[in-house]
Design a protein around this ligand. Sequence first.
Ligand SMILES: Nc1ncnc2c1ncn2[C@@H]1O[C@H](COP(=O)(O)OP(=O)(O)OP(=O)(O)O)[C@@H](O)[C@H]1O
Length: 364
Amino acid sequence: MAELKLKDVAKTYGGSVEVLKNIDLEIGKGELVVFVGPSGCGKSTLLRMIAGLEEISGGTLEIDGQVVNDVPPAQRGIAMVFQSYALYPHMTVRDNMAFALKLAKKSKEEIDAAIANAARILQLEPYLDRLPKALSGGQRQRVAIGRSIVRDPKVYLFDEPLSNLDAALRVATRIEIAQLKESMPDSTMIYVTHDQVEAMTLATRIVVLANKGIAQVGTPLELYERPENEFVAQFIGSPAMNLLPGKVTGTGAQTTVKLDGGGVAVSNAPSTEADMGASVNVGVRPEDMTEVEAGGDYIFEGKVDFTESLGEVTILYFQKAGRADPVIAKLPGIHGDLRGRHVHMTVAPEKVQVFRDGKSLYYR
Ligand SMILES: Nc1ncnc2c1ncn2[C@@H]1O[C@H](COP(=O)(O)OP(=O)(O)OP(=O)(O)O)[C@@H](O)[C@H]1O
């Protein structure tokens, strides 16, 4: 059974500013679902509605089979972990974690057992008697998570929990969150982030929010390999997927597209007679391109304008006839400065996407 069910959920601020509408989503027990989307798309708003910190303007929210639209936050069985740790500075780690349980008048035995369990899961046992100021940023974040764990909530909500940490600590804490999830397989977690790597590595499913609604829900690999629409195709992956305009010249189990300005792409996306001659965009990821010799099979060619060498990969920006924006390719390894070189690129048909009216041919 779904732990969390959102039906036709909407949010309007001040009676007129519509932020979200028609949100239908089911989240199963034990899932870690990540909300991503451009700034201002409503990720935090959706999370705060689930937490009960923001009123739901339309539709219903069910937790564990019960409609909770009007249930106060404290009674929803939900714990929220924010960006800022908000620990009590004058209390030890143990007392910070015990605070909510003492307020709830739990017995000393229950409190001790809950803290021992959380400290074990989060590896905080050596720090229980320290004050927050004597902890690193990552350890403080773990205490903040510990305060949620002791309450044994049905659902954990994380609002960009790593965004205050520096790059190295972010990576370490991300791995800790992944391990935390593994040590609590039945806990359901919802996680908001701007960071693609966090989304791809932590999520059992990703929800991409855009244009007031859900652009796609799927596993990280589904979103990467089979984006439903151009928005998701360009939002997931970095550098973004190239979109190359062209016309359909062959249909059936494979689709052939003659690209504007020259080149022919073949995709395993299926099409029908009705697609013949249609204007489409061919989508190819920078990392799926392979440079080939001139004269062999290639799908497009161009002249390199600029390169960026990142060590493990080299990014090529090249001009292709028929487009203003550069086409971007990502080649493994170090290639030096290729500026001025004429390149011929190929992409395997299973990696080539075709979008008609913004929708992938794979989803019809
Ligand atoms: N109290 C409010 N009154 C009016 N509009 C609001 C209010 N709170 C948020 N909004 C608007 O709702 C939209 C969604 O905001 P929200 O914070 O949920 O976005 P987000 O996706 O989390 O953004 P970010 O990634 O930048 O944190 C924004 O356009 C914001 O300006």
